[in-house]
Design a protein around this ligand. Sequence first.
Ligand code: SF4
Length: 393
Amino acid sequence: MGRPHPWLFDYIAAPRRANIVTERTETALSTVVDTRYWHSVGAGRVQCDACPRACRLHDGQRGLCFVRGAESGRVRLYSYGRSSGFCVDPIEKKPLNHFLPGSAVLSFGTAGCNLACKFCQNWDMSKSREMDTLADSATPAELAAAAQRLGCASIAYTYNDPTVFLEYAVDVAQAAHERGVRSVAVTAGYMLPAPRADFFSHMDAANIDLKSFSERFYREICGAELQPVLETLEYVHSETSVWLEVTTLLIPGLNDSDAEVAALCAWVADRLGPDVPLHFTAFHPDWKLRDVPPTPLATLRRARRIGLDHGLRYVYTGNVVDREGGSTWCSGCGGQLIGRDGYDIESWNLDGAARCRRCRTVCAGVFDGAPGLRAPGRRGVRLASARERAGGA
Ligand code: SF4
């Protein structure tokens, strides 16, 4: 068993324990907005077209995600500009190992989710029915400015699935691009084609969960379907310039058999190609799966080996400290390109053109020169509004 690390286990978790830095914001914000993807289905009902759940709603009803609902004959978003918290993270925490390694990313999420994963690590937010869990707020312009001030190369839409707050995420991404700050989606990819194309046209990188390679797992454990996720993965890889990495959380006894891992790796190699990084990460008991044990390091290493044997060039272990499985290795000579200990970068053996310094094989990814060694520390950020300050908050 590898050495557990106190903060590796919450790689997607929201900033409950981080040190808090307060940033000032000034602008009043409407938190209820019209959504872009819905249509009327008659008999006084409207259908949300953001995700394959296709919730059909009467006025006053909310969808499964709870943050989108029907009002005055249209579908509205009730969490625009609201957040469960902001945090400065290392980009490796998303996890993205080939997108601006060593850079800082301003992470945030809202509330609600369009999946119902029994192992959710952020269930208090993703399953929240209370808007008062959204203690923070910021306009897109304020958020983009804060990211720039805090030295973040990108903003991540994470903690809960950005599909449910698409309109806010897109507006933030546009404001961020105006300041040269990039956007990172951390998503389950459970979306319909039109919002998918809209959303990813504003993203620069994405880590998409491929939660298993079984329709049954998706149906019984996540309350969703596999096929739309595969379509999103292929779409992002083939139809966009978004840098893509894939994560599979391995849960003992549920999705970690050699046969399923091999089928998943074969699909990634065939449909996405050998250069898309694949992360096998460790489960820890949470939400409705508290009786399942944590994933042994040996399981993650076995899965990594299966991926490499299928021709994938960049396969990682995550949520555990595993120097070999967390580092980036050259697909040409096998030498170490980026040495990592957890999220700390310990060595860097790429030249300015992202080639191996030994054999000149190019490493796939988005690079901006060598980062400083070690990762940026994790900091929570409070975007205090003028309204709060006026109220003495
Ligand atoms: S985004 Fe929410 S309201 Fe819309 S279809 Fe999906 S779960 Fe239903």
